[in-house]
Design a protein around this ligand. Structure first.
Ligand code: GAF
Length: 388
């Protein structure tokens, strides 16, 4: 999972080979990890992701007419579509669907999207819960916006990229991933209020604190992740209805017990308890980071994991094993990050402990017969940019 150094060069080479031409430009967008605040975004709540140094790069130039041709280093053949396919959600499938989805979302919002030829290269692992799809959407969106001279400030881009994913690809995700990969800043975590999309860039200087974030790809196969995600979202919306609030964000943690008493069953109570307590954990984490007390966020990360495991029921044995092994090896805190049912775990560690903690997780995996996990030491990188 270490970033290949020349992903931008690979995108340029893919473009040159595929189209026998030089691209007009290159646009990059990163993967992300979420420090804390899981399944809170679609409940109008709070999240705290940061961008990774792993990036997706799109090399592109305009082409005449309403035609989009896309090559990817993971595919032998290009995907080619016109306005009719772009205007029919779901018509372009697979990785090309994210590109068509961006064209669809832009056209739906009234933008004159330029025809284009694109070539994609990426260091963001696919299907690991590090937002490879949001990175692709954001890089394509940036490329098309620049090529077409579209008036599209960064704050408006996450909603359009999310619309591509929700409306064209058909995944009912929230606004976190697209916001993270577009709006994050180097050296900072992004404190996002998902109700009004206001952000605060919270300094997150791991080096100065002598700390590191170890990201562990659990390599667990995603088990029914899409259906389970949608069912958690639906349960939260039903609970908000029952409580008579616009979203679960409107249940203050001080009123949690009273709210739980009004709910009809234990499963719904547990889902609500996760969301309400998780929002509070985000606020507490932000307060500690602002006070420079970085090491003290560890217990909040671990409490978040327990809440996802016991109340929201979105963890799997591989991620629980990684969290337990990291904590047993001295991590200050650890939690699954992302939508769940697989994906990655992050562990906050003393910098010198990153490798011993990774080794402890590998050995716990070997004991249980799980596929060896990949690891990466993460630091907060910038969001989407046009490359020079
Ligand atoms: C996935 C979704 F895409 C996000 O919107 C968010 O809900 C996350 O799962 C869970 O916090 O990454």
């Amino acid at each position: 999972m270490t970033g290949h150094p020349d992903v931008a060069d690979r995108a340029t080479a893919g473009f040159s080979c595929g189209y026998d031409a030089t691209p007009a430009g290159r646009w990059a967008a990163p993967g992300r990890v979420n420090l804390i605040g899981e399944h809170t975004d679609y409940n109008d709540g709070f999240v705290l992701p940061f961008a990774l140094p792993l990036r997706t790069v799109v090399a592109a130039d305009p082409q005449p007419g309403e035609r989009w041709t896309v090559r990817s280093e993971i595919a032998d053949r290009p995907v080619d579509f016109g306005a009719a396919e772009a205007d029919s959600p779901g018509r372009v499938t697979g990785w090309g669907g994210y590109v068509a989805g961006v064209v669809w979302a832009l056209r739906g919002a009234g933008y004159a999207v330029p025809g284009a030829r694109l070539a994609i290269a990426s260091d963001v692992p696919l299907g690991s819960g590090l937002s490879s799809s949001a990175a692709l959407e954001a890089a394509v969106l940036a490329a098309l916006a620049d090529l077409g001279g579209l008036d599209l400030p960064a704050e408006r881009r996450p909603r359009l990229a999310q619309r591509a994913e929700n409306g064209y690809v058909g995944a009912p995700t929230g606004i976190m991933d697209q916001s993270a990969v577009i709006r994050c800043r180097a050296g900072h975590a992004l404190f996002l209020d998902c109700r009004d999309e206001s952000v605060d860039h919270v300094p997150f200087d791991l080096d100065a604190a002598g700390l590191a974030i170890l990201v562990i790809d659990s390599r667990a196969p995603h088990r029914h992740a899409d259906g389970e995600y949608a069912s958690r979202r639906a349960a939260c919306e039903r609970a908000a209805d029952l409580l008579g609030v616009p979203a679960l964000r409107d249940v203050p943690v001080a009123d949690l017990d009273a709210a739980l008493a009004r709910l009809p069953d234990d499963e719904t109570r547990r889902r609500v308890r996760h969301v309400v307590t998780e929002n509070q954990r985000v606020l507490d984490t932000v307060a500690l980071l602002r006070a420079g007390r970085v090491a003290e966020i560890g217990p909040l990360l671990t409490a978040s994991h327990a809440s996802m495991r016991d109340d929201f029921a979105i963890t799997v044995p591989e991620v629980d094993t990684a969290v337990e092994a990291a904590l047993a090896a001295g991590a200050l805190g650890a939690r699954m990050t992302g939508g769940g049912f697989g994906g990655c775990v992050l562990a906050l560690v003393e910098a010198a402990a990153a490798e011993p903690v990774a080794a402890a997780v590998r050995s716990a995996y070997a004991e249980r017969g799980f596929a060896a996990p990949d690891t990466l030491t993460a630091f907060p990188a910038p969001g989407a940019i046009r490359l020079p």
